[in-house]
Design a protein around this ligand. Structure first.
Ligand code: SF4
Length: 162
């Protein structure tokens, strides 16, 4: 059941990605249109993922779990404090976001391997802006450097598929 839900979410992600491309000329950063779209994006993603509006969404790379809900805002895997039961050291009642991300990614045929992608440092100046608008204009990518060569990335993805 969970697997079907995640496959469905992958399809939704692809659909949204495709559907907003033609809107690029309208959806400019800091525009009136962005101000209109922010509450819609917030509503949709808050209900489904408890989105924290970081403005640089990596949901599809983290098993459809929002890594900004990690109390330490870690975007590249868990800290050393995960408890033996898989719960968070800061909030013991909460399952570690990265345990959930691993579980989700393991069930995602299309984007699961992206869990291995090394994420760049979060850009705090994008907080509370629209991740959709930022993605359209590449603002979420601009701090990215090549953390891994294409060959290294391929090796990781091979390992994942075994
Ligand atoms: S990664 Fe950022 S934009 Fe995506 S759901 Fe989490 S806080 Fe929201």
């Amino acid at each position: 059941m969970k697997k079907f839900s995640l496959i469905f979410q992958e399809l939704i992600y692809d659909f949204v990605h495709w559907a907003i491309q033609p809107l690029k000329p309208l959806l400019k950063p800091n525009s009136r249109m962005e101000k209109i779209i922010i509450p819609l994006e917030k509503l949709a993603k808050e209900v489904a993922y408890n989105c924290q509006m970081c403005g640089q969404c990596i949901l599809h790379s983290t098993g459809m779990v929002c890594s900004m809900n990690c109390p330490k805002n870690l975007r590249n895997g868990p800290c050393g404090g995960v408890r033996l039961n898989g719960h968070c050291e800061v909030k013991p009642e909460m399952k570690c976001i990265w345990v959930r991300a691993y579980e989700g990614a393991s069930l995602m045929p299309k984007y699961g391997a992206e869990l291995l992608r090394v994420q760049p440092p979060v850009k705090r100046n994008l907080q509370d802006s629209s991740a959709w608008v930022n993605m359209l204009h590449g603002l979420d990518e601009s701090s990215k450097v090549e953390w891994l060569s294409a060959e290294e990335q391929e090796k990781l993805e091979d390992l994942w598929s075994k």
